[in-house]
Write a protein that binds this ligand. Structure first.
Ligand SMILES: NC(=O)c1ccc[n+]([C@@H]2O[C@H](COP(=O)([O-])OP(=O)(O)OC[C@H]3O[C@@H](n4cnc5c(N)ncnc54)[C@H](OP(=O)(O)O)[C@@H]3O)[C@@H](O)[C@H]2O)c1
Length: 121
């Protein structure tokens, strides 16, 4: 992942859309991308957690964060994310340069509560 935070030419910041950003791996991706200067669009069902993340990221890294509540198990949720991905920068919203399509759940439940498997010799 490069540290480049702006696209040459266009005046908008490089923007990453992260699905499943309310926890686990997606939240970590969002934080690390913001640290590298990306503006964020964060999507998931739990609006409150996205709001908390957005507040922390804005305060810590000074980057812009859009909160996009969406249930990707529904056609409405998919349409909302797809609509954001098709923004081309001619309106107020920056186009999305990078998609981290992470939403979902591992078989073992939320990553933060899991014990890593032991490696066998
Ligand atoms: N952890 C692992 O070891 C592992 C291994 C292989 C693959 N993966 C994959 O990596 C991804 C993230 O795993 P994780 O361990 O970070 O999972 P996690 O901690 O359970 O987080 C899942 C994230 O996806 C969101 N999400 C779940 N269902 C959604 C839906 N219907 N619509 C929108 N957002 C939804 C959750 O947000 P809300 O609940 O707020 O919607 C949450 O932000 C998953 O796709 C998982 O299958 C994980």
């Amino acid at each position: 992942m490069s540290d480049a935070a702006t696209t040459p030419g266009p005046s908008h910041p490089r923007t990453a859309l992260v699905t499943g950003a309310s926890g686990g791996i997606g939240e970590e991706y969002a934080r690390r991308l913001a640290q590298r200067g990306y503006a964020l669009v964060v999507a998931a069902r739990r609006h409150d957690l996205l709001d908390e993340l957005a507040e922390q990221v804005r305060e810590r890294y000074g980057t812009s964060v859009e909160v996009l509540p969406a249930d990707l198990g529904t056609s409405e949720g998919v349409a909302a994310v797809a609509a954001r991905l098709t923004e081309d920068g001619t309106g107020e919203l920056a186009p999305v340069d990078l998609l981290v399509n992470n939403a979902g759940r591992g078989d073992g439940g939320p990553s933060r509560t899991r014990t890593p498997p032991r490696s066998t010799p």
